[in-house]
Design a protein around this ligand. Structure first.
Ligand SMILES: N[C@@H](CCC(=O)N[C@@H](CS)C(=O)NCC(=O)O)C(=O)O
Length: 364
């Protein structure tokens, strides 16, 4: 193993909330992987647009000579850290069968459940998700950014296939996956001592799949925009939560319980936060807006209008100023060849302007 003094790891979690699990299963997956290997890291905020692959989490590895390597994607980060001797290879001793199950479990959650969850979070419970992800963006800009993101996700889910299933089919798949995880964990728990951690492959030590299973178990409860999944796991698969609870007690005692209602939580240890979240709020806000939409002039325009609105209100010259309208998305007109009224999917997603939505909530 590499000497801990010879490098520094900064983990960008997408949130500056210290002592709280974030909603992303991948962030918790990586934190788990580092913690079970007793590897120190500095948590930092960061955001997807700033990551090498435009996703969270991402990680900076700073060598003693000051050089920095930017790493992204939890699987590739883990492999890279193993190659560099920063992390031990916890799957090295698995048999071919165990290795195959370990891979299958990871892929089932990361490449199947992920999309099903994305639908529940971004489509069925959109407002909650938007208000969390874009909490630092004030209305009405949040509305614009949120709609744009949602529409992009709908398109991706459609292309990937999850978007073409019915709600009932999606739900059956979610249950099928948790049933499979629950089955493995029940067998494993039966072999574990009182209060002891148990692992997905039933061995005495965790494997790579545990990082993923723990990440998704925690995320199922911590994320408030997937209430149906949260309820399902809680009521039908209590062993999954017991698994996560025991791991939290051992490795995440400094975090608020993963199933606690969202509250501000003061961690018992003082953690260092990297500089990205110590920027002045206005700069942080501006960076977020511009990074999310470098070419979206409409957003800048809306920002300007809001600033002017605030100025006018502050001067007492106007009691009420209409917010700017969000223009219809250009892709809509393009996709529907100008006949956007006829395109059901696009009509649902892009039909109404911001003002129309305020006035005719039910229709839009
Ligand atoms: N395969 C990636 C997945 C990471 C991922 O999908 N992160 C999500 C949050 S859960 C994200 O950053 N999404 C933002 C985006 O795709 O724009 C990993 O293992 O790190």
């Amino acid at each position: 193993m590499a000497n801990q003094e010879s490098h520094k790891l900064t983990l960008f979690r997408g949130s500056g909330d210290l002592g709280l699990f974030v909603w992303s299963p991948f962030v918790t997956k990586l934190e788990f992987r580092l913690r079970i290997s007793n590897t120190h890291y500095v948590p930092a905020a960061g955001s997807p647009p700033n990551g090498p692959r435009k996703k969270i989490p991402y990680l900076d590895l700073t060598a003693s000579d000051g050089s920095v390597v930017h790493l992204s994607d939890t699987t590739w980060i883990t492999r890279d850290l193993i190659k560099r001797g920063v992390l031990p290879d916890i799957n090295a001793k698995l048999s071919p069968t165990q290795s195959a199950i370990d891979t299958a479990v990871r892929i089932m959650l990361e490449e199947k459940l992920f999309f099903l969850q994305s639908h529940e979070r971004w489509v069925l419970n959109f407002e909650t998700m938007r208000d969390k992800v874009f909490s630092q963006v004030p209305l009405p800009q949040r509305d614009v950014v949120g709609e744009k993101t949602k529409n992009e996700i709908i398109q991706k889910l459609d292309l990937q296939g999850t978007g073409r299933f019915t709600d009932a089919e999606r739900w059956e798949s979610i249950e099928e996956i948790w049933t499979a995880i629950d089955g493995l964990l029940q067998e494993s728990k039966a072999k574990a001592g009182d209060g002891e951690c148990f692992w997905i492959l039933g061995g005495s030590e965790p494997t790579e799949a545990d990082a993923t299973v723990f990440g998704y178990s925690v995320s199922s409860q911590a994320c408030k925009s997937g209430p149906k999944s949260a309820q399902l796991v809680k009521t039908k698969f209590p062993v999954v939560l017991e698994y996560a609870r025991r791991i939290q007690q051992k490795y995440f005692a400094d975090y608020a319980p993963f199933d606690a209602p969202t509250t501000k939580f003061t961690p018992p240890h003082t953690l260092t936060v990297a500089t990205t979240i110590t920027q002045p709020p206005l700069l942080l806000f501006w960076n977020q807006i511009t990074t999310f939409h470098p070419s979206a002039m409409k957003l800048h325009f809306t920002l300007l209008v809001t600033a002017l609105t605030a100025l006018v209100s502050a001067s007492g010259a106007a009691k009420h100023v209409e917010p700017a309208l969000a223009p219809r998305d250009k892709r809509c007109d393009k996709k529907c060849n100008g006949e956007w009224e006829k395109c059901i999917r696009v009509r649902t997603d892009f039909r109404c302007s911001w003002r129309e939505r305020q006035e005719k909530k039910d229709e839009c």
